[in-house]
Design a protein around this ligand. Structure first.
Ligand code: MLT
Length: 266
């Protein structure tokens, strides 16, 4: 079911299906909830799946000059309130969705039962990276999204996906092109100032699953395994035949990791 939730001045688009313990899916940048299309139905066989379009992405509005990761997390808590989901949720976030996951833990931990971190990082940007983000924000505001896919796709997708899975390449390209530059620029500026959360990791007391694509060059398996080791009891899974976009590049393997993780602890 597709829903529009009006919260304050913002209308949020949310897709839901299934029954069982809630599983919130939070997309990466510069994407929307459709990046979870290939895993949505399989996960909904065992969960109430809630796939959100973040503020400024997909069919959600609520544009700001800058959206810090904290604001995205507060939006998600407000969406759960509006949906009257009082039970704790399994939270899965990819990349920027993972940065938001850290903030969910920091600000709304009473709402979480489990944390699933896909292709994401615990460290902040260095100065060069945050300057590049601020420039990229200006670039999309003046020139639009047209050049973004060709620049980003080789970093987001494994070489084998680029050559052998034209449907994934097309879906990614179209998803990036339809994002609103105002939402993209605001999130870039927000990511540029996100904190280093390494000191939070030993304090995470809920079951945590860390998933990395074997060929991820943005958040490498080595880096992810390193931060997973700092979270007490966290499981680490490396997914073959995938880069940064595990749910699109190897959806079956993602479901094979996520479903038992959620089920085993119920
Ligand atoms: C994402 O997939 O969300 C981005 O790679 C995040 C980032 O730019 O750091």
């Amino acid at each position: 079911m597709d829903q529009t939730l009006q919260i304050g001045d913002t209308s949020f688009h949310v897709r839901t299906a299934g029954e069982g313990s809630p599983l919130v899916l939070v997309h990466g940048f510069p994407l929307d909830h459709h990046m979870y299309d290939a895993v949505f139905e399989p996960l909904a066989e065992q969960h109430q799946v809630i796939a959100i379009d973040l503020r400024g992405f997909g069919q959600s509005d609520g544009y700001r000059e800058i959206v810090p990761m904290e604001m995205f997390a507060d939006d998600i808590a407000a969406i759960l309130d509006a949906m009257e989901i009082n039970e704790q949720v399994n939270f899965a976030g990819l990349s920027m969705g993972g940065y938001i996951g850290w903030q969910m833990w920091q600000r709304h931990r009473d709402r979480l039962s489990r944390l699933i971190l896909l292709d994401t990082r615990a460290i902040a940007d260095d100065e060069v990276q945050s300057r590049a983000r601020r420039m990229a924000a200006e670039a999309v505001l003046s020139a639009g999204m047209e050049d973004v896919p060709v620049n980003m796709l080789p970093k987001l997708l494994a070489p084998s996906t680029m050559s052998d899975k034209p449907d994934v390449v097309t879906a990614m390209t179209e998803m990036i092109l339809r994002q609103d530059p105002r939402g993209v620029a605001a999130a870039q500026r927000g990511m540029a100032q996100r904190p280093n959360v390494e000191s939070w990791l030993p304090e995470i007391t809920i079951p945590t699953l860390v998933i990395s694509g074997e060929h991820d060059v943005i958040s490498t398996p080595q880096e992810m395994q390193g931060f997973a080791a700092q979270i007490p009891g966290a499981q680490f899974v490396e997914i073959p035949d995938a880069g940064h976009m595990v749910p699109m590049e190897n959806p079956a393997a993602m479901c094979e990791a996520v479903l038992p993780f959620c089920r085993d602890l119920e």
